[in-house]
Structure formats: structure tokens, C-alpha cells
Design a protein around this ligand. Structure first.
Ligand code: GDP
Ligand code: IMO
Ligand code: MG
Length: 426
């Protein structure tokens, strides 16, 4: 068997949570492989909206095992709150959730450091979610991080003290106020809580499941344009959000990757700083934000909005080896009588390109658009047969440009508002 991967092709918030929940009944296992509480994945069904941050989006499907893989950075405090929020839904979370002992811990000082570093950057701040993602991955790469498995060791409190002392030395140089006894108290409570869960060598679990013939879906967080290597550095997150991240973040061999579902909005959004060539800053952007309810699921910040950007999508498709495309929020574009599609970029030296240049961060890129007719009709409860011809034209245009079939069209936040056009799973 193979591991299918679902990941965002833009700057995050493409609708990954919704689609993982929709596809989860087809999978025995859903696994997160990178990121942490910076993610906010929204699922909607039975009139209830759920936002998950660290827990995989297969958690509402009773037959699905959920794994938090070694590539994830886990904040025990956020984890405890998330689990407590789920309590009223009577899910068997303790039996259905497995956490890698090799996942890196986010401790309270990581969040403080995140704040300190952002403050020090001033105008050049990344726009981080301030969940401690960068500092915890820094410690992992610097080989001084703490891992989930460490909480089981007798000397964990000494290890914790050693690391927090290092952090306090750095924090001394920054003007950040905090109440340490309160933060530390919440951490230890959350650590005790975390110990009740199955802490495992998840790379064995994943590979045993594969051997058994189980189907596995790896759930990406953030988006490919926020990838630490391929995103608009330094305005990125601190993990590999691309398909290769699923291999290192779960312990799966590259030859075991099956379908790669690339998910994108029918337009573009970005939250936080960094380049956004097709951004609409005026009234049209505001209209899109309002219609799409584009406010961050984790921080509530307004998302920047703009037209779809094909050079960046082509780049993401190439890096990820996308085999199927999933187009989200088609309903939001119903308000426009004309829809623009950026097909090329013009660089400051006049060069016209369909590629994503290194200079995307340092220079102003001018998008070159083609204009398509809008469909201007509501798409709620749409079936494949009822698709307006203009929407079909939009889909065909994108498929031709991107060279990959679009197998799901999403027309609303609910599970049911999903049109499937021949989805294939491994
Ligand atoms: P994720 O981080 O990729 O899981 O995406 P988020 O949950 O952060 O953001 C996607 C937002 O769009 C959520 O509020 C979803 O409920 C909503 N959503 C998902 N699909 C659709 C859709 O097809 N149409 C509309 N209007 N909203 C959608
Ligand atoms: P999901 O999984 C959208 C953005 C932040 C910031 C940059 C770095 O819900 O799609 P970090 O907290 O990682 O240091 O922030 O990345 N960012 C996201 N944007 N969706 C996300 O996750 C994001 N996670 C981080 O806004 O610009
Ligand atoms: Mg999100």
C-alpha cells in the first residue's frame, strides 16, 4: 500500500481540514507530519464548526486512526485544550489517537521567544502566529530540543530546566513580560494530561499499517508557498510543508508515496507578511474577504485576498508531484461577473515568465492576467451535472494550464458541499 498526501498549494488555509474530513472514511489512518498549533483546520458538519490545530482531521470518523507524526511540533497546553473541547462529542480519542515520541515539544518559553523575535524584527516581522513554531524547530535542528518521549523519562524536569535556562538568557535581552509560575504550572498540568495518551514510535505504526494493507492519508499543514525551503523565505513557516515532508515527518520511504492531492482556493489568500503578487488591496480585495469570510482560523487576523496565481500553483505542483487537484471555495467567486487569472509574471527587468523567480521576495512582480467570464449564480448544493458553463470553463482552463485533473470542487464549508469528479485513492 501507499501513503496518499493532501497538502496546500498556496499560503495555507486552502480548506485542508474540510477535505481530510470528507476523504477520511476512505482511509484507515490519517497522519499529521509537520507544523503544529500554527495550523487551524476547519471542519463543518451537522451545523457545527470545529477548528483543529494539532489533532488530525480524521478524528471525527470513528474507524480512523489518527497519528501525530515525528515531524510535528506539539504544544501540550494547546493539545489539552483541544482534547477538552472535543469531550462533548463522545469520541473515542484515547483509542484513536497516537502521538510520536519523536515529535518535538513546544514549551512556554518557545512562545515567548517567538514574540521576542517578531518584536525585534519590527517592520520586517514574519507575521508569525506566535505559537512557538520557529523557536521549537530551531531547538530541534540545534539538537537541544525536547521531545514527547522525554516526558516519560525520570529526569524530564531537569531537561526542561536546562532548556528554559537557555531561553531565559535570550529573553533577558528582549522586552517581553510574562508570568512564569503561571506558564510553568499550565505546562506541567498539560504534560501530566499528555501522558494518558498512546505515545508511540509512530514510524513503526505507520509502516506496520502499510504492511497490513491499511490506507493512509497524510494531512499537510500550512501551504507549499510557506515551505522553509521553497516558500518566500524568510516569510515562511519553519517546516517542510511539501510532499517530501511527509516522508521525513512520518518515517515513510519516498517510494511509498501514492496520490498527492494538491488543494487550492479558486482565488488566493495569505495571512502574515511576505510577497503576494496578485493581492487586491482595494475594494475588490475587501469584497473577496467578506464573501469568503477570510479571517484566520488560528489568530482571527484578516487574510489578504487576491486572484488565483498560476505560476505559483505550477511551482507547487512541480515540487509536490501533485496527481490530483482539489479546488475550494468556488462559491465565493460567484459574486464576480469577471474573474482574473494570473498566467505569467513580469519582472522589474521586463522579463516575462511562468516560473517563480528567486527575486519574488526582493522585487515587485507584476502579474499578467487573462480574464474569464464569471458564473454569477450561487453554487450551494451544486451537483456535477448542474455546474454552470462558466464554472466548467474556469475548471477546464485551469486543468489545461496546470496539466493536472481537478477531481473535487468545493462549494461551501460543509462536508456535504463537495462535488467529486472521479477522485482516485491509492
Ligand atoms: P485549512 O487550514 O486549509 O484547513 O483551512 P481553514 O480552515 O483555515 O480555512 C478554510 C475556511 O474556508 C474555513 O473557514 C472553512 O470552513 C471554509 N471553507 C472550506 N471550503 C469552503 C468552500 O468551498 N466554500 C466556502 N465558502 N468556505 C469554505
Ligand atoms: P493552516 O494549516 C495560513 C503563516 C503565518 C506567518 C507564517 C509563519 O491552517 O493552513 P508561524 O506561526 O509558522 O511562525 O508563521 O506562516 N502561517 C499560516 N498561514 N495557514 C496556516 O496553517 C499557517 N501557519 C502559519 O501567518 O505568515
Ligand atoms: Mg487554516
Amino acid at each position: 500500500m501507499k501513503v496518499d498526501v493532501l497538502l496546500g498549494l498556496q499560503w495555507g488555509d486552502e480548506g485542508k481540514g474540510k477535505i481530510v474530513d470528507v476523504l477520511a472514511p476512505l482511509y484507515d489512518v490519517v497522519a499529521r507530519f509537520q507544523g503544529g498549533p500554527n495550523a487551524g483546520h476547519t471542519l463543518e458538519f451537522d451545523g457545527i464548526k470545529h477548528v483543529l490545530h494539532q489533532i488530525p482531521s480524521g478524528i471525527f470518523r470513528p474507524k480512523t486512526k489518527n497519528i501525530i507524526g515525528n515531524g510535528v511540533v506539539l504544544d501540550p497546553i494547546v493539545f489539552k485544550t483541544e482534547i477538552e473541547k472535543l469531550a462533548k462529542y463522545n469520541l473515542d480519542v484515547k483509542s484513536n489517537l497516537f502521538i510520536s515520541k519523536k515529535a518535538t515539544l513546544i514549551i512556554p518559553t518557545h512562545r515567548l521567544l517567538d514574540q521576542a523575535y517578531e518584536k525585534a524584527k519590527g517592520e520586517n516581522k514574519i507575521g508569525s502566529t506566535l505559537k512557538g513554531i520557529g523557536p521549537s524547530y530551531q531547538d530541534k535542528i540545534g539538537r537541544q530540543g525536547l521531545r514527547v518521549g522525554d516526558i516519560l523519562s525520570a529526569d524530564f524536569s531537569q531537561k526542561f530546566k536546562k532548556l528554559t535556562d537557555i531561553h531565559f538568557e535570550i529573553l533577558k535581552k528582549h522586552d517581553i513580560s510574562f508570568n512564569w509560575p503561571e506558564l510553568e504550572g499550565a505546562f506541567w498540568e498539560a504534560v501530566t494530561f499528555l501522558k494518558q495518551f498512546s505515545l508511540v514510535d509512530s514510524e513503526y505504526l505507520v509502516n506496520h499499517e502499510l504492511k497490513k494493507g491499511s490506507t493512509i492519508l497524510a494531512e499537510g499543514a500550512q501551504g507549499s508557498l510557506l515551505d522553509i525551503d521553497f516558500g518566500s523565505y524568510p516569510f515562511v513557516t519553519s517546516s517542510n510543508t511539501v510532499t517530501a515532508g511527509a516522508c521525513t515527518g512520518l518515517g515513510v520511504a519516498p517510494s511509498r508515496i501514492g496520490e498527492v492531492f494538491g488543494i487550492f482556493k479558486a482565488y488566493s489568500t495569505r495571512v502574515g507578511s511576505g510577497p503576494f503578487p496578485t493581492e487586491l488591496v482595494g475594494e475588490e480585495g475587501e469584497k473577496l474577504r467578506k464573501e469568503g469570510n477570510e479571517f484566520g482560523s488560528t489568530t482571527g487576523r484578516p487574510r489578504r485576498c487576491g486572484w488565483i496565481d498560476l505560476p505559483s500553483l505550477k511551482y507547487s505542483i512541480m515540487i509536490n508531484g501533485v496527481t490530483q487537484l482539489l479546488m475550494m471555495k468556488a462559491d465565493v467567486l460567484s459574486i464576480f461577473s469577471e474573474i482574473k487569472v494570473c498566467t505569467k509574471y513580469q519582472l522589474s527587468n521586463g522579463t516575462i515568465t511562468e516560473e517563480m523567480p528567486y527575486e519574488v521576495v526582493s522585487e515587485k512582480i507584476v502579474p499578467i492576467y487573462e480574464t474569464l467570464k464569471g458564473w454569477n449564480v450561487p453554487l450551494t448544493n451544486l451537483t456535477e451535472k448542474q455546474m454552470p458553463s462558466e464554472l466548467l470553463e474556469y475548471i477546464f482552463f485551469l486543468e489545461k494550464e496546470l496539466g493536472v485533473p481537478i477531481t473535487i470542487i468545493s462549494t461551501g464549508p460543509d462536508r456535504s458541499q463537495t462535488v467529486r469528479r472521479a477522485v482516485k485513492v491509492s
